[in-house]
Design a protein around this ligand. Sequence first.
Ligand SMILES: Nc1ncnc2c1ncn2[C@@H]1O[C@H](COP(=O)(O)OP(=O)(O)OP(=O)(O)O)[C@@H](O)[C@H]1O
Ligand SMILES: [Mg+2]
Length: 363
Amino acid sequence: MQDIRLEKILLIEDNDEDARFFEKLVKSCFCVRSPRQELQVIRAGTPREALEIIRTEVVDFIFLDLGLSEEAPVEIYLRIREVCPLTPIILLTDHYNIEKASEMIAKGAEDYILRSNMDKGVLERVIRYGLLRAETLRMKQEILSMVIHDMKTPISVTSEAIAFILDGMAGDINKEQRNFLTMARRNMRRLTEMVDNLRESAATELGKISLRKEKINITEMINEMCDGFFLPFKAKGLELDRALPGKDVYAQVDGEKLSHVLMNLIGNSLKYTERGSVEVSLIENVASIEFRVKDTGPGIPKDSLERVFVKFERTKEMIKAGKKGIGLGLAIAKGIVEAHNGKIWVTEGMRNGAEVVFTLPKG
Ligand SMILES: Nc1ncnc2c1ncn2[C@@H]1O[C@H](COP(=O)(O)OP(=O)(O)OP(=O)(O)O)[C@@H](O)[C@H]1O
Ligand SMILES: [Mg+2]
């Protein structure tokens, strides 16, 4: 394995003996290295320890024991994947949880090793394969990110042209033409949302998320956002209410990213609510501001309150109801809110409808 550069491996394993065996075996794969290239195996005994490590340092490779007793293995895997979207993750499993390993491979884990089969040859093969898969994925993400970026301009030019004609700037249009153009505008809005989410998601995966914070008038931003939603709400016969403080509220945030969060939350309430209303509220606290988007739709089931923030996760109720979506909006909202050191959650115990709340520090 002299051709492979690997500096830090994270081993998530609660059994001391298994950990020692693993460390010895993995080091034997790289044994002819010079002292300067020493391979470091960092051990985490619990998922919490593992999360602390990957939040503070970069690791090149992760081995995850599926027999950790604390939590369901899939949940642990998803939380680690969220922090390390492009790091190869290999699962260490026994015969009894091979099914779980397959489920995680379907969710993006690179491979698994059966403990009873683990030897130097197997370990070398999965490391090579894991790195190759992760690199291919990274390149695909780079290309995707460039393509998505280039889609932005033609979409906005087309949307502006549609708005121009609808506003009568290119002469009178008849009722039928207006109906077609209104439909085109609705679809362009959907396309814009999808491209924005894909762009944000690709940037996050490639580690390119960066905030450009400035002092923003939040009250004004919410008003503008709600004005922009006026037509689609009207078309669906829904009310869009605002509950804002009587004065302007300011905060130090990335305005573009914050409007992206609001767009996703209001967009969800619009998409998933068939009757009634949606309310956007803003509350000013001493050191933070709080946003609430509440609707009278079908709501989010109790067992999905956390899961909806995971990429590509959608509730089966909404899939069954034929609602279209990729499952990116809330994951992106969470990424943006947490990058601002804020928090986002779905209110528990709502009897009717859904409510998503997030807070951001003012400064
Ligand atoms: N207001 C809501 N009411 C009911 N279910 C909701 C609501 N908001 C989100 N959900 C559920 O959470 C899931 C995840 O939402 P998310 O915004 O991440 O993805 P999406 O709306 O499916 O797709 P998109 O990537 O286009 O936003 C949805 O598929 C839906 O099942
Ligand atoms: Mg959505």
